[in-house]
Design a protein around this ligand. Structure first.
Ligand SMILES: Cc1ncc(COP(=O)(O)O)c(C=O)c1O
Length: 430
């Protein structure tokens, strides 16, 4: 890759790290999401609060937030203390630890529609567990999911959004993936209730799986009545509704998108913000739906599931969220940032998609409401977005590589002021 920025030496040490990694690590990264290192691939030396520092000593105001987990900012002192104490307890027991009951009780206490949980490592795995439970309960195999949503990198849920078969159909899969694994997965455009009705009429569907707010392509809210409609259709057809709150959970409020939007699924998947950057994901549902897992009939296993440090971080993260209720302040900070970005970017065609909560998407295109992947593709000038994201990195503001911003409790007014100043400088370059 040809790494170019307005200040050529700014990334020297990062580029050297990348060069070394590329000799021994495929593509120089350990997650394909990080392949697009533009305008230069960064290597970070450390993080604190709302900031990251790269190995060249450049400071970034961080809005990537680890791709979502860092809701409390980097290195929240209470989380660090809890993890330090847990270090003395142990790491991995091939058995239970005392944090597990505490965590589950807290989560069940915080989210009224959750009675039982299982803890795993990643959102990808827990989405698959939900599908497995849905199949075992309903005796059906089909899964309906939506174009532009993401449910992890594993077969069978990683299916291409490609050109959609009309009005729904079997999606394409990536190189090396099993066609058989995704044989039962159907994909439809998001926010089209008629298609959901058509699929559930025509096929025996075990579960409908969705991000309640599409955050993996823009930030796209469900249209009025859409979630309620899907909920009703699922009930009518005996299909389970799985709500993937890996991004929205604990970010769109303590009860996530389901609390925010007032519609509840049958199973919920949490990850990211639930444990402040430690590897942990959760499936939460009723006692009844998890019973077969508890009896050992539906398999859910994993060496590192509920490892000591992760659950200790989860316990403390949930405690902080319940005790301090950071949501009004997060809403204020994010609202101000969104309003100011719209103001300073309007003349360049910058649109900001935000429905509430501490995440939003930048887009170059008409400020109209976007409702689907197809509309997003039409309404977003990707080349302009990439130019702007390159310029933002050069001035030390770091959203995710697709223009999604995550705000944390560490982003105070001074950080927002500095962000806006730097963002204006980046806009001037585009
Ligand atoms: C909505 C959603 N579901 C599932 C996943 C997969 O989670 P993980 O990366 O922890 O496997 C992601 C990851 O970004 C996600 O955004």
């Amino acid at each position: 890759m040809n790494h170019r920025s307005s200040t050529p030496n700014r990334y020297e040490a990062s580029i050297e790290q990348h060069r070394r990694r590329c000799q021994v690590v495929a593509g120089g990264v350990n997650s394909n999401v990080r392949l697009a290192g533009r305008p230069a691939p960064l290597t970070f030396a450390r993080a604190a609060g709302a900031h990251l520092w790269d190995v060249d000593g450049n400071r970034y105001i961080d809005y990537a937030g680890g791709m979502g987990p860092m809701l409390l900012g980097h290195g929240h002192p209470r989380v660090l203390d809890a993890v330090r104490r847990a270090l003395e307890v142990g790491q991995c027991f091939a058995g239970q630890n005392e944090y597990e009951a505490a965590f589950a009780e807290q989560l069940v206490g915080a989210v009224p529609w959750i009675e039982n949980i299982r803890i795993g490592l990643s959102g990808s795995e827990m989405d698959l567990l939900a599908v497995r439970i849905a199949r075992s309960i309903t005796g059906r195999r089909r899964v309906l999911r939506f174009a532009g949503h993401y449910h992890g990198w594993l077969d069978p849920l990683l299916v291409g959004a490609g050109p959609l078969p009309t009005p729904y159909g079997r999606p394409p899969v990536g190189a090396g993936q099993s066609l058989a694994a995704s044989d039962d997965v159907l994909i439809a455009e998001w926010n089209d209730l008629e298609v959901v009705a058509e699929v559930l009429d025509a096929e025996d569907v075990a579960c409908v799986l969705m991000e309640p707010v599409m955050c993996n392509t823009g930030v796209i809210a469900p249209a009025d009545g859409y979630l309620e409609g899907v909920r009703q259709l699922c009930r009518r057809h005996g299909t389970l509704l799985v709500i993937d709150e890996v991004i929205t959970g604990f970010r769109l409020g303590l009860t996530g998108a389901q609390g925010f939007l007032g519609v509840q699924g049958d199973m919920t998947i949490y990850a990211k913000a639930i444990a402040s950057g430690y590897p942990m994901a959760v499936l939460g549902t009723s006692r009844e739906l998890l019973a077969a897992v508890g009896r050992g009939e539906v398999n859910h296993s994993g060496t590192y599931n509920a490892a000591v440090l992760s659950v200790a971080a989860g316990v403390e993260t949930l405690k902080i969220l319940v005790e301090t209720d950071p949501y009004p302040a997060l809403e204020r900070t994010t609202g101000r940032l969104v309003a100011e970005l719209r103001r300073i970017g309007a003349h360049k065609g910058l649109a900001v998609d935000h429905i509430g909560g501490s995440m939003f998407q930048l887009r170059f295109g008409p400020a109209d409401t976007i409702r689907s992947l197809a509309q997003y593709v039409d309404g977003s000038d990707q080349a302009a977005l990439i130019r702007f994201l390159d310029a933002l990195q050069d001035v030390g503001v770091r959203p995710t590589s697709r223009g999604l911003w995550f705000v944390s409790t560490a982003h105070d007014d001074a950080v927002v002021d500095e962000t806006l100043e730097r963002t204006e400088a980046a806009l001037a370059r585009c």
